[in-house]
Design a protein around this ligand. Structure first.
Ligand code: SF4
Length: 331
């Protein structure tokens, strides 16, 4: 993964968004009750220490769907801080169908470098069931437009949406890879209080995407992005007090989801190596010190799995100077 700038997020919850995605309650997801104003931007940036550069990120809502005058107000409020160097760059997140030539030109004028698109799925039937109000074709044209205009492109996808399954989610990942983004965010579906998805789930019309489902499918998706050289810059919703304090009613919410997925990927790799191993009652998995605890697993889950799966092998894990993600099998 390439080194990243410190991101300073400002949430524009639901601002400009004419849609009602079944899973969305931006106020609860972002933990922010009021849409950001130019004053919010100014006072937030003024409070940052001098000499520390950051990337200002307008998250939530659909930035380019906000009234143009309001977009300009928010972006203009950041300009003095760009000149001072407090803000080194700006990123915005938006919907694929809200990306047009004119909106990109506006972003460019105010120094935006990165555009994040909420693709969520590349299956039109899943997008329909989620109430997204755009199609996979909209995502393709928006992604091409963003790239052609020279912005960094980040794509967001969700797993476990209504009407989706592991195969559909993996197919989405493959289609996103074909769009050659500079990074992706993966958000397994979480059922948030006061959303249409909560109603569907309570009525038994949506089967929750459990933590186990999310770990299993993400452990198949992340290696695809890794192999394509596309960094996964986020896995799972950012933990907030609101989410951890009861806003989540079901689904794959876990503050360390990324770590659980990394642990599963290492387990899969080690399992494949152990299956090919011919003889010997002892085996050692050598891993990078960074991977040691992920290899063992949370609550030693991976070690328990290996002792069930390979009852004849006495297995140890040892740190060595391997790069992260690599495993060497020894005696
Ligand atoms: S597009 Fe959907 S997820 Fe995004 S703010 Fe609108 S309703 Fe929420």
């Amino acid at each position: 993964m390439s080194p990243r700038r410190r991101i300073y997020p400002i949430f524009v919850p639901h601002a400009g968004c004419p849609h009602d995605c079944v899973f969305c309650n931006q106020k609860r997801i972002s933990g922010s009750l009021y849409p950001a104003s130019a004053e919010t931007v100014r006072s937030a940036l003024a409070a940052l220490p001098e000499g520390v550069g950051c990337e200002l990120a307008f998250y939530g809502g659909s930035f380019t769907a906000i009234a143009p005058a309001q977009q300009e107000e928010l972006l203009a409020a950041a300009q003095p801080f760009r000149e001072k160097g407090t803000v080194e760059s700006i990123r915005v997140s938006t919907r694929p169908d809200a990306v047009k030539e004119g909106s990109l030109e506006r972003l460019r004028r105010f120094g935006v470098e990165t555009v994040e698109l909420g693709a969520q799925s590349m299956s039109d039937s899943v997008l329909r069931a989620a109430g997204r109000g755009h199609t996979a074709a909209d995502t393709i044209s928006a992604a091409l437009l963003v790239r052609d205009h020279g912005f960094h492109l980040i794509l967001q996808m969700m797993t476990g949406l209504p009407g989706s399954d592991a195969q559909t989610d993996i197919a989405t990942a493959r289609e996103l890879i074909a769009l050659r983004p500079d990074g992706v965010r993966i958000y397994p579906t979480v059922v948030i209080r006061d959303t249409a998805l909560e109603t569907l789930w309570r009525e038994g019309k949506y089967r929750e995407h459990t933590l186990a489902d999310a770990v299993a499918v993400c452990a198949r998706i992340v290696p695809l992005f890794d192999a394509a050289g596309i960094p996964v810059i986020r896995l799972g919703l950012n933990p907030t007090e609101e989410l951890s304090g009861g806003a989540v009613v079901a689904g794959a919410y876990h503050p360390a989801l990324g770590e659980l997925v990394r642990s599963r990927i290492l387990r899969q790799k080690a399992e494949a190596m152990l299956c090919k191993r011919k003889t010997g009652a002892f085996a050692t998995l050598f891993v990078s010190p960074k991977d040691y605890s992920a290899m063992i697993g949370q609550h030693r889950e991976n070690m328990a799995y290996f002792s069930d799966r390979f009852p004849d092998i006495r297995l140890r894990v040892k740190s060595t100077d391997l790069p992260a993600g690599e495993i060497r099998l020894g005696e």
